[in-house]
Write a protein that binds this ligand. Sequence first.
Ligand code: FE2
Length: 314
Amino acid sequence: MAAGRPWGVIAVRAPASYCYDRVPDVEDALADGARGGAAGLRTVQAEINYLETGVTDSIWYAADSWRSHMPLNPQIMPIQDVRSVRDQMSLDREGVHLADAHCAVKDFLDREAAAEVFIPELEEVVRGVTGAKKVVVGPMWVHRHSDRSERFGEAGTTYPGRYAHVDYSDLSGPIAARQMLGDDPDADRLMQGHFAIYNLWKAISEPPLDTPLAVCDATSVAAEDLMISYVVLGPPQDPAKEFKLQTNMVQHNPRHRWVYFSGMNRDELLMFRGYDSDTARFRRVPHTAFDDPSSGPDAPPRESIDIRCVAFFD
Ligand SMILES: [Fe+2]
């Protein structure tokens, strides 16, 4: 990616109330050892690509990466393996949950056939975990291959994203939720109530993973760590068909608690909160792929599926 290229994008710093409003809870969480420092969890050290501090105009062109402006600040950070304490990770607190989720899909490249099986599977899991009255899974998933894979670059797939980010901002979260509802006749009523967007992430290669997904405990993320950023999607070299999504990049903060679940398999589902209409909740979970030094050189290249859903509670 090109660094330092000005693209004239107007970006704004996240407002003070942007990420969490329950600061006392954050302090409590840190004080009572929820960050795991005293828990003796296995921890790996790995590079996390943060946004360079103070950058307010980052933009990533998914199909034309050379046009991007995303100066990075790589930091070696501890990443805790929370596999052994998975029951202590809460969607409502850390914003992270590992669910059991049998996967009957044989071939994710056959999208039509896979969708018939996969989407209902996910809806059921999310309803069971969250208790939501209605769950809508977005229509498209992202299929990724590790750069070590012989299938890297395969049509219809992409690569692990190695930069700390949150998919949705305060602006784009409700827009995405509304889009997922499509022509639902109940959409207006549903959008008036409480809803949350969750990222859903599944490994479909055999464990261990060479490039697992690390997620950042929402209780360790401060509002000022998040910077408005943009992702531009659409066919390369065709500005008329591009569309821009507002997201958040993340600035380094040594208080960040990064975690992952080692050895994920295709019958598990990593869920994490991407947006919540209730601003009193911990509702932002930065995430990034990382190279796990403990997986060893013989670890199979990671293949994964990620998709988003919106859950309605009223
Ligand atoms: Fe993401």
